[in-house]
Design a binder for this molecule. Structure first.
Ligand code: VGL
Ligand code: ZN
Length: 199
């Protein structure tokens, strides 16, 4: 499994219970993810990492509420409660997550004017995070995906990874979803269509 990497998406305080954008049961998957780290020798964590006043925050748009949709120059964007502001406690990894085994931490969403769900490309689908280059240089061909949230950052990462030519396996039991208006069902259908294995 030398050519396989474990990708752990956004296991941060703000996405866990009591966080600013809590995903139901987000903390339930930590133990399983920690255990899975023992089976991998390439481990990458991602961290949602926004500026204060980020354009994906509803609070940055007069008259808008969280979960409303707005049109950005790069396309439609869901507005969120303020979350994962760089350097804040909410942006820190959940304290129970093992971070020692990770060799790479990718931060994303740090440009005020553009959101980044995927670990590979920002939401304009062209601005790269650099992760693809890192994985290529390490000879990685297969990816195992876990983390939060199944229907946003995990799904966008899985779709980009499949498009880039990786063989992608989603560990569904080690993910939790936001499930906005059927977004989980749509995300799963999209991933299956892209050739992602849902285990
Ligand atoms: C996420 C919404 C906003 C995620 C990040 O990690 O899925 N969702 N920012
Ligand atoms: Zn975010």
């Amino acid at each position: 499994m030398a050519d396989t990497a474990l990708l752990v998406i956004d296991m941060q305080n703000d996405f866990c219970p009591n966080g600013a954008l809590a995903v139901q049961g987000g903390d339930e998957i930590i133990e399983g993810i920690n255990a899975l780290m023992d089976e991998h020798n390439c481990i990458v964590l991602t961290q949602d990492w926004h500026t204060a006043g980020h354009s994906s925050f509803a609070s940055s748009h007069a008259g808008k509420s969280p979960y409303e949709l707005v049109e950005m120059p790069y396309g439609p964007q869901v507005l969120w409660p303020d979350h994962c502001v760089m350097g804040s406690k909410g942006a820190a990894f959940h304290p129970d997550l093992r971070t020692d085994a990770a060799q790479m931490i990718v931060r994303k969403g740090f440009r005020t004017e553009i959101d980044s769900y995927s670990a590979f490309f920002e939401n304009d689908q062209t601005t790269a995070t650099g992760l693809h280059g890192y994985l290529q240089e390490r000879g990685v061909k297969n990816l195992v995906l876990t983390g939060l949230a199944t229907d946003f950052c995990v799904a966008y990462s899985a779709l980009d990874a499949a498009r880039l030519g990786y063989k992608v396996e989603l560990r569904e039991s080690l993910c939790r979803a936001i499930d906005l208006d059927g977004s989980l069902k749509a995300a799963k259908a999209g991933m299956l269509e892209a050739g992602v294995t849902i285990a």
